[in-house]
Each structure stands twice: as structure tokens, then as C-alpha cells.
Design a protein around this ligand. Structure first.
Ligand SMILES: NC(=O)C1=CN([C@@H]2O[C@H](COP(=O)(O)OP(=O)(O)OC[C@H]3O[C@@H](n4cnc5c(N)ncnc54)[C@H](O)[C@@H]3O)[C@@H](O)[C@H]2O)C=CC1
Length: 403
């Protein structure tokens, strides 16, 4: 817990720091990558650096964390810490990296804000940074211990044993351990995949696991939309080796028999496919509404598999929306997903995955239908891990870290 005097200084200086973020953050990244070029090549998402989203991410998260300290909300803080810690663990982030970020971020703040950074102001922001860092390091170490790995030691080599086209622009890969089984995971979790690019850099992206959690191999699907996914599409075939992380991620099925709503869009269907495999394998008979939106029927990844899984669950139903297409007589609708005529039991737990606009829209509809916020969970991949609304989103918090 940060002290009351620190909280007062943070409240007084937060507007100035937030107002200067656009100047502070590029300077911070320039400084840090000049001193540690390996971080840009091997840990941080280079594509996000190029399009300018990443610079807002890490420094912005510190301002967001400060805002959270001013209006303490234990559940919201836990959500953000958990989400960022899982992502960091999947990247192998270790405690030694936090002082590096601290050094260059604080130098950038002083450069931009100048004399406004009095010793008292510097001390308050320092206290905040280490409060956030220590909490994250503690949570990351718990996650490493639960996964049975030494902190940061999350990488393993696997071999590709299957490759399937699951839509015109998405491929599913099945990977196995070179010897023995891959460890089980929690349905809804993802792995990081690291690829070596032609210029010598290594880049990392996360992909949800789509198979059942206790199978000896892992399966994940990749839509072609960037440097890493293009590498995987063009260069990764059966028999090839791949460097992947231990599974992490905090999107999980709730215990008990509350009705489930699984809503996905586009390639965001991937965690839903994994969750459904688990429900089928465990003979789950709770009510499950599966909703999916896509550009068109022919571009929908895992379309047949989704329908087959729903068919195998006694309590499940499926509704689908396509932006373009025809009436196939299967009950699907043309347009974006709408919950207008979908009844939502107030005990429902909703798990959402898809592009940010989709998540905001569906979360808003669920709140309008009086589903409480703590029953709405989501997964998204990209530079902004939690800026969707809901837990963390209202505070504008985003990824506190590396990818
Ligand atoms: N690359 C990958 O393998 C994976 C990517 N993702 C994430 O999925 C997202 C992109 O998925 P895509 O298949 O490219 O999505 P997309 O751009 O093709 O959109 C899929 C559907 O989402 C709905 N949608 C989009 N924007 C909406 C809005 N503002 N309001 C309501 N509905 C909306 C539409 O029905 C659309 O057809 C990204 O956020 C990405 O980070 C998730 C898992 C894996």
C-alpha cells in the first residue's frame, strides 16, 4: 500500500504526467532501446513500436496504475495485476528487467517535465513504480511456481506434428514435445510463440490453445496479420521445430453450474473452441449459449468444429452473425452480433473474445441487460490487454509490460 502523502502528490501531479505521456513515452523507449537493443528485438512487440501503439502502452499503464491508487478498488487492481502478470509470465519477464524500465522511464519523465519534478514528486512516483513492480514480480513468481518453472524459464522446443487450414487466412498448428507429453493447461489459456526473423531479431506473439487441456499435444490457430503470423504461415510445416512458452492466461471457466455465454468474433473463436473441447470432454451439461460473429461464413475459422462441439453438449445452443452472406436457413443472421432478442439469465457468466470494438459492444449490451460486471470476462490479444471497458478498462489501464 502506498502512503497517504504519496497519494496526495500523485493526485496533484497525475494530470501533468498524463498530459505529457505522448512526449514522455517515445523518449523513454528511445532511451531504453538505445541502452538495451536486445529488448526491442527479442521481447517488445516491434510492430507495435512501428505503428506507435506500444509507446503508449507501458508508460500509460503506470499512469493508469496511479489512477487506480487514487480510487482504490481491490477487485479492479487484482484484475489488472493478474492480466499483466500472466502476459509477462508467458514472455519470461523477470525481476531484473524492472530496474531497467524504471531507470529509462524516470529519466524521460524528468527530461519532459523538468523542474516540476521536485524531489518530493520524484519520490512519490518512485514509490508508486516499485509498488506496482513488486506486486507484479510477486504475482509473476507465483505463476512461475504454479507452472513448475524457475522464474523466466518458460521456453521449450516443440515439433510441429499437424498443420490444417481452418479458414482462407487462418492455419491451425498442432505441436508435440520432442520427447514425452506437453503439460496440461487450464482451458482458455494461451502460449507465447517466438520466431527468428531474417534480420536476426526474435519476435513473440500469444495464441490461445484450442485443444482439450489434457491432451499430450497443444494446438493453436494463427490468422495471418503480422510479422510473426506471416512467418508461421509461410515457414512452419510438419516436422519443423518451434520455440513456445509454458501456457498462461487468466480467462477460465467458472466452477459450478451457472449458465455460460461464450461470445466470439473472427479469430477470437480460438479460446472458445478450447473451452468447448473441455466442456465436451468433461460431459458438462450446464446451459451454454455460444454466439459467434464473422465477416462471412466462408471466412469463419473453425466453423465446422464449433458446430460439432455445440452439438455434443446437451445444454448448448449456437447463434451466428455474418457481415455479408446469404440466408442459409441455419438461423444465422446478416450483420454484426446483436443481443437484442437474446435472453440473458442474471446468473450467466459471459466469456468474450474478439477485436476490441466487438468486446466493447457486447460488454455494453450485457451491462444494458443488467448482467453484473463481475460476470463478464474477456480475452484479447494486441497491445492493449485490458483497455476494453469493464475491470480495468474504465481506468484506462493497459498492458503494464513487454509485448
Ligand atoms: N491473430 C490471431 O491468431 C489471433 C487474434 N486475436 C485477436 O482477434 C482480433 C482480430 O480478429 P479478426 O478475426 O481479424 O477480426 P475481424 O476484424 O475479422 O472481425 C471479426 C468480426 O468481429 C466483429 N466486429 C469487429 N468490430 C466490431 C465492432 N466495432 N462492433 C461489433 N462487432 C465488431 C464483426 O462481426 C467482424 O466480422 C484481434 O483483436 C486479435 O488481436 C485473437 C486470437 C488469435
Amino acid at each position: 500500500m502506498i502512503s497517504d502523502p504519496t497519494r496526495e502528490v500523485l493526485a496533484a501531479t497525475l494530470p501533468a504526467v498524463e498530459g505529457a505521456l505522448d512526449d514522455i513515452t517515445p523518449l523513454f523507449y528511445r532511451r531504453m532501446f538505445a541502452a538495451h537493443p536486445e529488448l526491442l528485438d527479442d521481447l517488445f512487440n516491434r510492430a507495435n513500436q512501428k505503428i506507435g501503439t506500444q509507446p503508449k502502452v507501458l508508460a500509460g499503464s503506470i499512469a493508469a496504475f496511479a489512477r487506480l491508487q487514487l480510487i482504490p478498488d481491490a477487485a479492479q487492481q487484482k484484475f489488472i495485476i493478474d492480466r499483466v502478470a500472466h502476459k509477462h509470465a508467458s514472455l519470461g519477464v523477470v525481476a531484473d528487467q524492472y530496474p531497467i524500465v524504471h531507470k529509462h522511464l524516470f529519466a524521460a519523465i524528468v527530461d519532459v517535465l523538468g523542474e516540476a519534478v521536485t524531489p518530493e514528486v520524484a519520490a512519490a512516483w518512485d514509490e508508486l513504480y516499485w509498488e506496482m513492480a513488486d506486486t507484479l514480480i510477486g504475482r509473476e513468481n507465483e505463476l512461475y511456481a504454479a507452472a513448475g518453472v524457475v522464474p523466466g524459464d518458460v521456453w521449450r522446443d516443440v515439433v510441429v506434428i499437424g498443420r490444417d487450414q481452418v479458414s482462407p487466412d487462418a492455419v491451425s498448428f498442432t505441436v508435440a514435445a520432442a520427447d514425452g507429453r506437453l503439460p496440461a493447461f487450464t482451458p482458455g489459456q494461451y502460449i507465447s510463440v517466438q520466431v527468428p526473423l531474417d534480420d536476426g531479431a526474435h519476435q513473440i506473439r500469444q495464441y490461445s490453445l484450442t485443444g482439450a487441456p489434457n491432451e499430450p499435444q497443444w494446438r493453436f490457430s494463427v490468422k495471418r496479420d503480422g510479422e510473426v503470423s506471416t512467418y508461421l504461415h509461410e515457414r512452419l510445416f510438419e516436422g519443423d521445430d518451434l520455440h513456445v512458452s509454458t501456457p498462461f492466461g487468466d480467462l477460465a471457466l467458472p466452477e459450478g453450474d451457472a449458465p455460460l455465454l461464450l461470445a466470439s468474433a473472427g479469430i477470437g473463436c480460438t479460446p472458445v473452441i478450447g473451452l468447448l473441447h473441455h466442456l465436451v470432454q468433461t460431459g458438462d451439461d450446464r446451459p451454454v449459449q455460444v454466439l459467434h460473429a464473422d465477416r462471412s461464413r466462408s471466412r469463419q475459422p473453425h466453423r465446422g468444429e464449433l458446430a460439432e462441439l455445440v452439438d455434443q453438449l446437451p445444454g448448448a445452443s449456437l447463434r451466428q452473425w455474418y457481415e455479408t452472406g446469404y440466408d442459409a436457413g441455419d438461423g444465422s443472421r446478416i450483420g454484426l452480433m446483436s443481443l437484442d432478442d437474446i435472453p440473458i439469465d442474471p446468473e450467466t457468466v459471459a466469456l468474450l473474445c474478439g477485436p476490441a470494438g466487438f468486446l466493447s459492444s457486447i460488454r455494453g449490451s450485457l451491462l444494458d441487460k443488467d448482467l453484473s460486471e463481475d460476470r463478464i470476462h474477456y480475452e484479447t490479444f494486441g497491445p492493449e490487454l485490458v483497455r476494453v471497458g469493464g475491470r480495468g478498462g474504465d481506468a484506462g489501464a493497459s498492458d503494464g509490460g513487454a509485448a
